[in-house]
Design a protein around this ligand. Structure first.
Ligand SMILES: [Fe+2]
Length: 435
């Protein structure tokens, strides 16, 4: 009798645990974080973030309320001992009744690879530390788009902070300031602990586009605050650029600037892809905001125009992986091209699930397309560990009650090892070499 009772209890407990695991209740949107007014000395550096700035160089960016504060960065490999210094440029902007602080951008280097540096901005204030990326594989990227500044954003950032990574990739929609300029400042403060320690490489989304006709340009705040190394890659616009790190060529495109065949972005992309040396950078990764392969009901078809114009270039170049945001959910495709599976196309991953105040895009189209391998509407982040020239491990971590839970994972093999590039005939590649 007693044994039967124990078995009954065990069966009940087992059924409860199975139920809990299968009926995952997706979290509700969390409130926008409240940032109490915290006055600081006018010359104290705020909103410190860093980004790669060409071979062996890093750009340090920060804001001061004091318009006469110097743009000097002192740095070295031991705490408090600054053996080098560099001076940079500044900018500022006005937006209706708002006036930004002084925005400093200072490039430091040359720096050693895979090395911790201690630095101080403006000759005073707290000491920060950063780690430079490695020169060779393995290299790890953290990926999270559509961040915003809510309780879920904080949860996502906390999880990324627990991961061992070298560079943060952000496929658009940073602050969700949405014309309220002080929200750019609070976003800068929110991300400073992470963005001052590892380079943040970002591209723009629709929420960066704050145009007021006759008054302000579309990307005024974004361009002033999040200056990326576009000149270093031959681009004339902060809205698209490329960089190389540890055997990976990364292209950051703009979904909200011209992309047709007559556009500057198209010409730049074609030239940039033509110059990629797969012996030096066996991996080719592209980021932009609006996904081309999306089976969510949200934002259906929005990427079609850019896809029609630019996918032939990406296919000809043999792009391995495309990372996008915009849709507030997660989705991973097979290798695809021209709307269907293709072993020589790119894997497309949407990670617009950083945690912004608009909440999740919960409804997916039925049936699931043949190219769609995994899809789920939850907040979270991705990690891309490129292990060597042929193998990379991708994992997606859902914010499950504030715990990061690895919910999708896959080994991706690069096209360089597949024979796709060698087998491609002249017709599929000539788009890159034609004038
Ligand atoms: Fe978006």
């Amino acid at each position: 009798m007693e044994t039967k009772f124990v078995l009954l209890i065990l069966t009940l407990l087992l059924s409860i645990s199975v139920t809990v695991r299968t009926d995952y209740v997706r979290p509700q949107p969390r409130k926008t974080l409240h940032f109490p007014w915290n006055p600081k000395p006018p010359s104290q550096p705020q909103q410190v973030h860093i980004s790669l700035a060409g071979e062996e160089h890093m750009q340090i960016s920060w804001v001061t309320d004091d318009k006469s504060a110097p743009s000097i960065v002192e740095y070295g490999t031991s705490p408090g001992i600054y053996t080098s210094s560099a001076e940079g440029d500044t900018t500022s902007y006005s937006y209706l009744f708002y006036s930004s602080g002084k925005i400093h951008h200072t490039v430091v280097g040359p720096l050693e690879h895979d090395t911790v540096y201690f630095y101080r901005c403006g000759g005073q204030g707290p000491e920060f530390q950063l780690k430079t990326p490695p020169a060779q594989f393995p290299v790890t990227f953290a990926v999270a788009g559509d961040l915003g500044q809510t309780g879920w954003t904080k949860s996502t950032l906390d999880h990324i902070d627990q991961c061992k990574y070298d560079i943060h990739l952000l496929p658009g929609d940073l602050s969700y300031a949405d014309y309220m300029q002080h929200r750019w400042d609070t976003f800068g403060e929110l991300v400073q602990p992470l963005a001052s320690a590892r380079p943040w490489m970002v591209t723009e989304g629709n929420h960066e586009k704050e145009k007021i006709p006759l008054f302000t340009d579309a990307f005024q705040s974004y361009n002033a605050r999040w200056k990326m190394p576009f000149e270093e890659s031959g681009s004339t616009s902060n809205l698209y650029y490329s960089f190389e790190v540890a055997g990976v060529h990364v292209v950051m495109l703009g979904s909200y600037t011209d992309y047709d065949e007559l556009s500057d972005q198209y010409s730049w992309l074609k030239a940039d892809l033509s110059k990629v040396d797969r012996k030096k950078t066996p991996w080719l990764v592209v980021l932009f905001h609006v996904p081309w392969y999306n089976s969510n009901n949200a934002h259906q078809g929005e990427g079609d125009g850019m896809m029609a114009a630019m996918e032939p270039l990406l296919y000809a170049a043999g792009v391995d992986l495309v990372l996008a945001g915009h849709v507030h959910a997660y989705e991973r495709s097979k290798r695809v091209n021209n709307g269907k599976s293709d072993p020589c196309g790119a894997v497309h991953i949407t990670v617009g699930d950083g945690g912004n105040r608009e909440g999740l895009a919960a409804k997916f189209r039925q049936p699931q397309p043949e190219w769609s391998m995994f899809r789920e509407a939850s907040f979270g982040h991705g990690e891309l560990k490129i292990v060597n020239s042929t193998h990379a491990f991708w994992s997606w971590h859902r914010n499950d009650d504030d715990e990061p839970v690895r919910s999708d994972q896959v080994w991706i093999t690069s096209l360089i090892g597949s024979g796709c590039l060698a087998e491609k005939n002249y017709e599929s590649r000539k788009i890159l070499i034609s004038p």
